[in-house]
Design a protein around this ligand. Structure first.
Ligand code: ADP
Ligand code: MG
Length: 727
């Protein structure tokens, strides 16, 4: 046994483990007693939720049809054959009566799980058979030791269940033996667990000490203590997450010196007056926030949120003009070449008479052209440089980079953002996104950023009309498109893939383009664009579409991000059930960018439509299983019922479950095992406050009482800490 910390004792030395089982524990990452103590239950059995079979019988007779849990002993099990079919029947008894469990599938598997005379907790939806038997079909079940089941009924202790990994099963460990081993570890070692949070925080937020929280998470004596333990772990996760965020913010605030830009009001006003529209109140407010940031000597770090079409570009452009007025360069970073090209054209046009030089830097440019552009970037002649990831390349040298604008930021990773920032001295950064993130969340994910929101659409916009249509109705849809050409409408027809994939039976833009052009649209002007084209060809197609050289654009999802063509006011999305909600919203956002009525037609399979019997679903009434089954229909339905990105994001969140929302997984932030960024916002705010307070008082965590925090951060998050230096 090791002489140091008892928690570092190898599990091999625990009662009933030994070398063989220790090996199987090691395979699932459990080597020491500490690891074992942190192997937490996945569910619990709580006496208050247990009913007896007599009670269940009465409930069912009275029409109850929910889920219940009962603890009973196996009396008998048998496999019954009906012709080709088999049924496994397990008869069980508790002190008040009997019932049966039946399985129609996985007969052998389940049969082996039940042993005569053993005790089980069974959960499911009970029914009465026509013979009057109480029956559970395919219930959930967990094995209990006899003593456990008796103690449980008497003392009301809560029983934990652990995931018994197959590695453990192979050394003959089951629910009961694993529970016993962990119980032994908790009783003999948990007292050695050291507190990881500062005492003042524990006190202020009346949290359970870590030791108690670990014990009660395994073997809670009552429900309240279990809840308190979970709360403690949630708080701790949030706390350390926010410590990372706070130290990042702190570093930027104190170490980095930014540029105090001077705003030339008169010129700016002239520019605004030259626009064909007036800025919305929301745009003006956000502009004010950005302007204040730019004027201070502290580097701006601002996230600009605004739904598709809310007019973020013009706001960014004004910030870039301010930089140019101060003789600084701006880099506008966008995710696709088409979008870069579009921004470049619009901006150059708008700035023509203001003497600000704009350049475009893309991957596939000719060498001579590229050299010319690089030259004008490095000699400072170019003031606004629009580009894709090509801007990250080493040989791109800015003369005086003062502002970085990142458009559609959700498309970029954390590291990329960092590598551009390193290029300038400490330029201001403006990050734009159409992904609507609840405020508490953005505070966390981008906690080092200040947030501005454009929560208003330009006033002349009409809500886009969205309809769901089966493929059979396509001829009518095509007629509609043709009719509308007479009113000056242009249409976009979107298909999911570039090439026909036999397996998926999806329409490919290419095939459909050929077909449409030679049939229904033979007398119309049609062209196409897809992801595999070179950007020059894409650019050419988009330019001609914008110039109204043709009226119908057949496209793959390359049109998804940011494209802005005012007269494109009909979008038809084929195989719409294949797209995710944010993608559908982005696609729809391609139209409705003028005062004309716009239309979005979601096309889907006929049988898919007839399958989807539920209409106007209220998600709150559906179980997760039902949601999963009807996901694509729910998505399409949401598109019909909602136009705002915020509403759609909420639906999307419910569809995805708390697992991965808003790309948190890619965000480089530590994983949350207990806490839920959406459901636990109150706790998040408290933890944030506590973390920021500590970091502000003691940024380098030098104080004695903060040592545990420092230790925890360096041991667990050294990667994230590194990221936070550049992020
Ligand atoms: P997004 O926020 O999706 O990037 P854009 O910046 O592309 O939106 O703006 C969408 C369209 O609305 C553009 O054609 C833009 O010129 C126009 N626009 C922006 N602000 C206004 C406004 N205040 N009034 C009218 N049109 C506006
Ligand atoms: Mg945009």
């Amino acid at each position: 046994m090791s002489s140091g910390n008892p928690l570092s004792t190898p599990v091999q030395y625990l009662k009933s483990i030994g070398p063989k089982r220790a090996e199987s524990f090691s395979k699932i990452g459990i080597n020491t007693v500490r690891d074992l103590l942190y192997y937490f239950p996945t569910k619990y059995l709580d006496r208050t939720t247990i009913l007896n079979s007599l009670r269940i019988n009465q409930l069912v007779i009275n029409g109850f049809d929910g889920e219940v849990t009962v603890i009973a002993q196996v009396i008998d099990k048998e496999v019954i054959r009906y012709g080709k079919k088999q049924i496994l029947k397990v008869k069980m008894m508790d002190s008040t009566g009997g019932f049966e469990c039946v399985w129609f599938q996985g007969i052998q598997f389940f049969k082996n799980h039940f042993d005569k005379n053993e005790f089980y907790a069974v959960s499911g939806k009970p029914v009465l058979t026509r013979y009057g038997h109480l029956q559970f079909a395919h219930p959930d079940f967990d094995k209990l030791a006899e003593k456990e089941s008796k103690d449980f009924m008497n003392t009301g202790k809560i029983i934990p269940f652990y995931r018994v990994a197959k590695e453990l099963k192979s050394t003959n460990l089951g629910d009961i033996s694993l529970r016993r081993i962990i119980n032994f570890a908790v009783e003999n070692y948990a007292a050695n667990i050291e507190e990881s949070l500062p005492g003042e925080i524990i006190k202020e937020h009346s949290l359970l000490p870590l030791r108690d929280a670990v014990m009660n998470l395994h073997f809670p004596s009552e429900k309240e203590l279990l809840d308190k333990s979970i709360e403690r772990f949630k708080f701790e996760e949030f706390f350390y997450l926010e410590c990372l965020v706070a130290s990042k913010k702190n570093r930027i605030k104190h170490l980095a010196r930014g540029i105090p830009f001077h705003v030339h009001k008169k010129e700016l006003k002239d520019f605004l007056d030259s626009l064909p529209f007036e800025l919305t109140e929301a745009q003006l407010r956000v502009l004010q926030e950005i302007r204040e940031d730019m004027e201070t000597p502290r580097p701006m770090n601002r996230l600009l949120q605004g739904d598709v079409g809310s007019g973020k570009t013009i706001v960014a452009l004004i910030a870039m003009i301010i930089a140019a007025q101060n003789d600084f360069q701006s880099a506008l970073l966008v995710p696709t070449e088409i979008l870069a090209d579009q921004h470049y054209k619009k901006i150059s046009q708008m700035l023509e008479k203001w003497g600000i030089k704009v350049s475009l830097l893309l991957g596939g440019q000719k060498k001579s052209e590229r050299n010319r552009i690089l030259e004008s970037i490095s000699n400072g002649e170019s003031k606004i440089i629009v580009g894709t990831h090509a801007l990250f390349e080493e040989n791109v040298i800015f003369s005086k980079l003062g502002l970085i604008v990142i458009d559609e930021q959700h498309r970029f990773g954390v590291m990329q953002r960092g590598s551009l920032i390193q290029k300038g001295v400490t330029p201001d950064v403006l990050i734009m996104t159409a992904t609507p993130i609840p405020r508490t969340l953005s505070m966390t994910l981008y906690g080092d950023l200040d947030v501005s929101v454009i929560d208003q659409m330009p006033k002349d916009r009409k809500p886009i009309k969205t309809y769901l249509r089966s493929e059979e109705k396509l001829p009518q849809v095509y007629e509609f498109i043709k009719e509308k050409i007479k009113e000056g409408y242009q249409s976009i027809l979107v298909y999911p893939l570039v090439e026909e994939s036999e397996k998926l039976d999806l329409k490919a833009a290419e095939t459909h383009f050929e077909e449409l052009r030679s049939t229904v649209f033979s007398d119309c002007r049609v062209d196409m664009i897809h992801g595999k084209m070179k950007w020059r060809d894409k650019e050419e197609v988009m330019n001609r579409f914008a110039a109204k050289d043709f009226d119908i654009l057949v496209a793959t999802t390359v049109v998804e991000v940011g494209i802005d063509i005012p007269d494109a006011n009909i979008i038809v999305i084929n195989d719409s059930f294949r797209f995710g909600l944010s993608q559908l919203h982005q696609l729809r956002g391609r139209v409705g960018r003028s005062s004309k009525q716009a239309y979005c037609l979601l096309i889907t399979k006929n049988d898919f439509l007839s399958d989807s019997i539920i209409n106007n679903i209220n998600l709150d009434y559906l179980s997760q299983a039902q949601i999963d089954r009807h996901k694509s229909f729910i998505r399409l339905n949401a598109m019909i019922n909602y136009t705002s990105g915020f509403d759609l994001a909420e639906v999307d969140m419910k569809l995805r479950g708390p697992g991965d929302i808003f790309g948190i997984k890619q965000s480089g932030l530590p994983e949350l095992k207990f806490a839920d960024l959406v459901a636990d916002t109150d706790l998040l705010l408290k933890a944030k406050q506590a973390a920021f307070k500590i970091i502000e008082e003691d940024p380098r965590l030098m104080k004695e009482e903060h040592h545990s925090v420092k230790k925890h951060l360096t041991e667990n998050f050294s990667e994230s800490l590194k990221l936070s230096f550049i992020g």
